[in-house]
Design a protein. Structure first.
Length: 265
């Protein structure tokens, strides 16, 4: 998994200072002091097996970013997840991360657009939001800024309204609106079973009126390898959300609240 530089236990991007500003410019629903979105990447079977029931028990809604290779044999289960009010997002067809070696237009057409067409056909029209596989945005040749600009331009042309990375601190509403194709996120248990990173993100969101994105991958009774989250740890994080003044909603719903989406095309 791609990770950016770390600062004080939280991922920091070059735009991080804008995300940390203290002024609250927009009220969160229900009088909440901050917001959080839960993302589940890769379309893994453990997510509908363990994640969806844990969310249901707490009446929480989340975003599931599906990789077609992983989900195609479990369409009925994913339809059931969507029927519960969860958001199904795009995580490409094959989860390929070697982007500098690809032909940019062909990659977006075959990996991103083909995935979206299939998702829409299987589950009805879905929000055109991408979770970058591996968190990488270096599409095609050139320096990083040129690669990201190219990627974002192609996504906009394809009618996408936003894209989520894999690291970065909780965002201010203004930052999220201005950086819809570089949304910060945190995978707090990807490399460790410790709860401290998840709790730090949640507490920062509350203290500063920010929007935190927490990302999970494999779930199960025990943590087996990097990327996994034990069910007990996952459920402890969900319970921590419920104990804080946080509005929990899927990525697309938060963006709509912030006015951070625009019409396709």
């Amino acid at each position: 998994m791609h990770r950016r530089a770390w600062l004080g236990g939280l991922a920091a991007s070059v735009s991080a200072p804008a995300a940390f500003g203290a002024a609250r410019t927009l009220a969160w629903p229900g009088g909440a002091r901050g917001a959080v979105s839960l993302s589940y990447d890769d379309g893994l079977s453990s997510q509908f097996q363990y994640g969806a029931p844990a969310l249901r028990a707490r009446q929480l809604k989340a975003s599931f970013f599906l990789t077609l290779d992983n989900m195609q044999d479990h369409v009925p289960e994913w339809r059931a997840v969507a029927a519960e009010g969860h958001e199904l997002g795009n995580h490409t067809v094959h989860h390929y991360c070697g982007l500098p070696q690809t032909h940019p237009e062909r990659f977006v057409r075959r990996e991103v657009l083909d995935a979206q067409t299939r998702l829409d056909a299987l589950f009805g029209p879905q929000p055109r939001i991408l979770a970058y596989p591996c968190g990488v945005t270096d599409l095609g040749p050139g320096p990083p800024n040129d690669q990201l600009h190219r990627y974002v331009g192609l996504l906009r042309e394809a009618g996408f309204v936003a894209a989520r990375t894999s690291d970065g601190p909780p965002m201010s509403p203004g930052y999220a609106r201005a950086h819809r194709f570089d949304l910060n996120a945190c995978a707090p248990t990807y490399e460790t079973a410790d709860l401290s990173e998840a709790l730090a993100h949640l507490d920062m969101a509350v203290a500063r009126g920010r929007w935190a994105n927490l990302v999970f991958h494999g779930l199960g009774p025990a943590r087996v390898e990097n990327g996994d989250t034990a069910n007990a740890v996952h459920e402890a994080i969900l319970d921590a959300i419920l104990k804080r003044s946080l509005w929990c909603a899927p990525v697309g719903q938060v963006l709509a609240h912030l006015g951070g989406t625009e019409p396709a095309g």
